[in-house]
Design a protein around this ligand. Structure first.
Ligand code: GDP
Length: 300
């Protein structure tokens, strides 16, 4: 389906090359592992994660007394699945029990607004009462864009004018969510990364308000990162994890990039579960992350 289509370039960057290498070796030896290592690094899986993967594959090959190069592929696939399992926390969004709040954080341009729009549409279709708070008050375009998404899915939006205090918008969003008995409140936040201290202060203030005003709500802090930025996505994710208690990651723009391998680096270097993947610009192009489907799509 959509995932497999979207991951075509990533699949080519990994599987085709792995197949090529394996064809050139009959027996398993050190050089084979070195070539595989290079493919994984080129596929944006990240240096540390690649080292771990290769070490584990070597151990398994030894344990199982494998000798044929063709056997390595299955071990590698198994290992990729295990790397994606090796994370603290659930890969499902924390939205149960109702009411719940999803704070969406991330740098400008990564696909935050789009992800919020897609999520709201999905929840609404599942019969949930949804409300969005336009917490990115620094960009008029962000408020306008959210407005368009909410019109499409017929969801309410709480917004103030451009330049107002983001914390005030979130405060109002929470009060409205309580008054209207909303199931899920989705809060947008500003994504200016030019000043780490500012970012931390802003996010901390918003988190404090949410916790104080709605202590019993189920909470998710969803970080959105852009797969096309490769290792930069990992760096950004680290900054946000320091700034707030990120509980899940949405990895966007996996379609059309060969850098889909970054999913391994993001999850394992951050130890935060990937929860959603974006595979297109359309309203239906946001999927719940499933490790097996993902690895099967890049490694058929
Ligand atoms: P924001 O600044 O983080 O709110 O980013 P936007 O939501 O405005 O998205 C920036 C651009 O990325 C827009 O053109 C979106 O259509 C596009 N985009 C977002 N998610 C995806 C995705 O999963 N795949 C593709 N191809 N484009 C996406």
């Amino acid at each position: 389906g959509r995932l497999k289509e979207g991951l075509e370039k990533t699949r080519k960057g990994i599987t085709d090359k792995v197949d090529d290498i394996i064809k050139h070796y009959h027996k398993i030896d050190e050089e084979l592992f070195e070539e595989l290592e290079e493919v994984l690094i080129m596929a944006d899986i990240g240096f540390e994660t690649t080292e771990t993967i290769i070490e584990n594959v070597k151990d398994k090959v030894k344990e199982r007394k494998l000798t044929e190069a063709t056997d390595v592929k299955d071990v590698l696939k198994e290992e990729l699945k295990e790397r994606l399992e090796d994370v603290e926390g659930d890969s499902k969004l924390n939205i149960e029990p109702s009411p719940s709040i999803i704070l969406v954080v991330g740098v400008n341009g990564v696909g935050k607004t789009t992800t919020i729009g897609k999520l709201a549409y999905k929840f609404k279709n599942n019969g949930k009462k949804v409300l969005i708070a336009a917490g990115d008050t620094f960009r008029a375009a962000a408020i306008e864009q959210l407005n368009e998404w909410t019109n499409r899915s017929n969801v309410d939006l709480i917004s103030h004018k451009e330049g107002s205090d983001p914390a005030a918008v979130i405060f109002d969003g929470v009060q409205a969510a309580k008054a209207r008995k909303t199931d899920i409140l989705i809060c947008d936040t500003a994504g200016r990364l030019h000043n780490k201290k500012n970012l931390m202060n802003e996010l901390n203030k918003i988190v404090r308000i949410v916790n104080r005003e709605y202590p019993d709500a189920t909470k998710e802090i969803l970080l959105v990162v852009d797969a096309t930025t490769g290792q930069n996505a990992v760096m950004q994710a680290k900054v946000f994890k320091e700034a707030c208690n990120v509980t899940g990651i949405a990895l966007t723009k996996l379609d059309g990039t060969a850098k889909g391998g970054v999913i391994f680096a993001v999850q394992s270097e951050l130890n935060v579960p990937i929860k959603l993947v974006g595979v297109g610009e359309g309203i239906n192009d946001l999927q719940e992350f499933d490790r097996d489907n993902f690895v099967n799509a890049i490694f058929p």
